[in-house]
Write a protein that binds this ligand. Structure first.
Ligand code: PXP
Length: 247
């Protein structure tokens, strides 16, 4: 079944738990297959430069075992470009990456590095991958992403989710207003619009309700919630809330 609003599940943090003990369990590929059986529309995995969660062999196994599209998240480095060109996943999402950060803290500054990024993504596009750029809800960045030839932007929802969780409701509403404006702006430019980072059952509704948004990528919360309700239960509840928001 295809959904008007797709749900992509990020399985990085199954690998975080695995790597905490250095062994083979829990296996993120098994989680991805289970998520697929639970009806998700795609799987997202971020191969970080330091391999702190997903490892190279996970990407190979995901490419072999999945029937839903893989959204391969990576920093714009030569090493990652070679890996993407070897595997040719359905989508490549370019994210900023700093070694010292705990998670992807902000969007990519496409505007600052436009020429290099245009050259960087060209072979990835030519290999048949959809190129997505993870950016803040900022008109300058969206215009730059469009100019370099990205087909998709993923709007960073982290600031909105943090403001919601911390009860800073004026900030939350301001973040939501710019996400709404920028989703519309990007869609009107012809870009496909995705969103993600920090989304939970509590804060997903207004994001899922934006008609221009075609895909949400959600990881940390869903994997954590799976401890309590199982992965299928966690995914089913997110799907239900997304459908309700959309309906
Ligand atoms: N989308 C992108 C581009 C990301 O980098 C991440 C985090 O790796 C997510 C979505 C998922 O964020 P979270 O794990 O907070 O749901």
């Amino acid at each position: 079944m295809t959904h008007d609003l797709r749900l992509g599940v990020n399985i990085d943090h199954v690998a975080t738990v695995r790597n905490a003990r250095g062994g083979a369990v829990p296996d993120p590929v098994r989680a991805a297959v289970l998520a697929e059986q639970a009806g998700v529309d795609g799987i997202t995995a971020h191969l970080r430069e330091d391999r702190r969660h997903i490892r190279d062999d996970d990407i190979s196994a995901l490419m072999q075992e999945l029937t839903v599209p893989l959204n391969f998240e990576m920093a714009a480095t030569a090493e990652m470009q070679a890996i993407a060109l070897r595997h040719k996943p359905h989508a490549v999402c370019i994210v900023p990456e700093k070694r010292e950060e705990r998670t992807t803290e902000g969007g990519l500054d496409v505007a600052r590095d436009e020429n290099n990024l245009a050259h960087y993504i060209a072979p990835i596009r030519a290999a048949g991958c959809r190129v997505s750029i993870f950016i803040a809800a900022d008109q300058r960045q969206i215009e730059a992403a469009h100019r370099i030839g990205a087909q998709v932007i993923e709007l960073h929802t982290g600031a909105y989710c943090d403001a919601h969780a911390e009860g800073r409701f004026d900030d939350r509403d301001a973040e939501l207003a710019s996400l709404k404006d920028m989703a519309r702006f990007a869609h009107d430019l012809g870009l496909e619009v995705h969103a993600g980072h920090g989304l939970t059952f509590d804060c997903v509704t207004p994001i899922a309700a934006m008609p221009q948004i075609k895909e949400l990528n959600i990881g940390h919360f869903l994997i954590g919630e799976a401890i309590f309700r199982g992965l299928e239960g966690s995914i089913a509840e997110m799907r239900r809330i997304m459908d309700e928001a959309r309906g």
